[in-house]
Design a protein around this ligand. Structure first.
Ligand code: GLC
Length: 513
């Protein structure tokens, strides 16, 4: 039989909704003001009711926390701040029992400077691990590190410089060294053997550096290391090896890469010919303004850039690195509701960031409480679970201030209010689960007045239409024939024929009568 699309079972991650948990900020049960694994386990029902397919945990591995876990000092253990390996196994089992898959965050571009590999590497020039990292007699270029400063730090003892694309506490591994590749593969196997369903791969486009490490064009001098150096051709064979490793396990293990390149067309090659990453984040839309024309353009670009068979798109509006989209789009909850419909009805896998289902805004973090070297504290504020003084945490004051209005904007309260944004997210996930068109279908933009984005999703006979008013003023459209409101951002008229009228900052998902 020919190898047709229909003959291949759809993997779980295609059309899935993945929920990102920033472990420090989810829920604290031991009273230290920092979230922990037990806090996640206790709230798995919230995730089941929401209807997500998988969770992705930002790093919870042992770490000195210079970059809050993105500086890993042991890839195969849990930082005591969050719990133990046994706690993780319990959490994994409980998640799987509820049909929720579990993805971990793998940070292969760099380790912590306290990782035993780097401790050895910096101990002497002839240490066997010296060439696991990138050492030079002189800085080879003028690269700047993310978070500021030079990307090279001098080591006085061995009188050489090492490369770090991020903080000096995050030395870059040298992936040209096969021993590094083998050791890092082992860390993946450790978790895959335990039964995790895959990985979000941090800064994956940075694994291979241009061997000459050039400064790049004159105008790029002094730019961030990641913009000049990353996205080298040599990354692709490394990705094919990772893909083979993941695919050698049963059960559709999945790799989704943080390809932080703000040009969608340059993200597409990270899927290879279906033999590199299963999924790759496309961050350009995350930086688009809340503007109908800008978004229509992003949707069209994704449609053109990604191969229809091998490159399934990813959509994301918020994460732990950028202000929450409600805050970015001006702070209105109605607009955040329209954004939820957009995110959950586009063609691709959708990534939610914990708290967006509550319509959270960024916390206002006073200067004296800023702890992140990149100033990303606002979007990392703790999740309020109830209206009490501790908001369901072990303490009244957690590691970061609460987001605005936690007495009203918390899980318990929104769960009992059918009109809440939380219920909108639940209805959208139900609608998505019920429709092949929404989950897996094609997408075609349809004509709409200025300020409105409209598209149709189709899979065989199954069809849905999505109409989103990006403006605060009302919009009037041709209602078409035979469309019923399946989900409305304000809950108005669900089940009724679509009138063609949309109030400002509202949107609908329509189904055929
Ligand atoms: C990624 C992470 C970010 C981290 C950086 C360095 O961009 O998302 O949080 O600071 O990598 O690991």
């Amino acid at each position: 039989m020919p190898h047709t699309l229909a003959a291949v079972a759809t993997p779980w991650w295609k059309g899935a909704v993945v929920y990102q948990i920033y472990p420090r900020s989810f829920c604290d049960t031991d009273g230290d003001g920092v979230g922990d694994l037990e806090g996640v386990r206790r709230h798995l029902d919230h995730l089941s009711r929401l209807g997500v397919d998988a969770v992705w945990f930002s790093p919870f591995f042992p770490s000195p926390m210079a970059d809050f876990g993105y500086d890993v000092s042991d890839y195969c253990d849990i930082d005591p701040l969050f719990g133990t390996l046994d706690d993780f196994r319990r959490l994994l089992d409980d998640a799987h029992e509820r049909g929720i898959r579990v993805l971990l965050d793998w940070v292969p571009n760099h380790t912590s400077d306290r990782h035993p590999w780097f401790v050895e590497s910096r101990s002497s020039r002839d240490n066997p691990k010296r060439d696991w990292y990138v050492w030079r007699d002189e800085p080879s270029n003028h690269w700047q590190a993310s978070f500021g400063g030079d990307a090279w730090t001098y080591d006085a003892r061995t009188e050489q410089w090492y490369l770090h694309s991020f903080l000096p506490e995050q030395p870059d591994l040298d992936w040209r060294n096969p021993d590094v590749v083998a050791a890092m593969h082992e860390t993946l196997r450790f978790w895959l053997d335990m039964g995790v369903d895959g990985f979000r791969i941090d800064v994956v486009h940075g694994l291979a550096k241009d061997p000459d490490m050039p400064d790049g064009a004159e105008e790029h001098r002094g730019l961030l290391a990641d913009f000049v150096t990353m996205d080298a051709d040599e990354v692709h064979p490394l990705l094919r090896d990772l893909r083979r490793l993941a695919d050698s396990y049963p059960g559709d293990r999945m790799l989704v890469g943080e390809v932080y390149i703000l040009d969608t067309r340059r993200v597409a090659p990270y899927y290879g010919n279906g033999d590199e990453l299963h999924l790759a984040f496309n961050f350009r839309p995350l930086h688009a303004r809340w503007d109908a024309r800008a978004w229509r353009r992003q949707i069209e670009i994704a449609g053109e850039a990604f191969d229809p068979i091998d490159a399934w798109p990813v959509w994301v509006l918020s994460n732990h690195d950028v202000p929450r989209h409600r805050t970015r789009y001006g702070g209105s909850e109605s607009r955040a509701r329209v954004a939820a419909v957009l995110l959950l009805t586009l063609r691709g896998t959708a990534f939610l960031y914990a708290g967006e289902e509550l319509g959270l805004e960024d916390a206002k973090v006073p200067k004296r409480r800023v702890v992140d070297p990149g100033g990303r504290d606002g979007c990392r504020a703790p999740i309020p679970w109830d209206a009490s003084g501790t908001h369901g945490w072990g303490v009244t004051d957690a590691w970061l201030p609460w987001p605005p209005d936690p007495r009203h904007r918390n899980v318990e309260r929104l769960a009992v209010d059918e009109h809440s944004i939380l219920h909108l997210y639940r209805r959208l996930l139900v609608a998505r689960a019920a429709s092949d068109a929404l989950r897996l279908g094609s997408l075609k933009c349809v004509d709409a007045p200025d300020g409105v984005v409209a598209y149709e999703r189709r899979s065989g006979a199954d069809r849905r239409r999505v109409v989103l008013n990006f403006e605060t003023s009302p919009a009037k459209l041709d209602p078409g024939r035979g469309w019923v409101v399946d989900v409305a951002t304000d809950g108005e008229g669900e089940g009724d024929a679509f009138s063609g009228l949309l109030a400002g900052d509202t949107g609908v998902v329509l189904r055929p009568v």
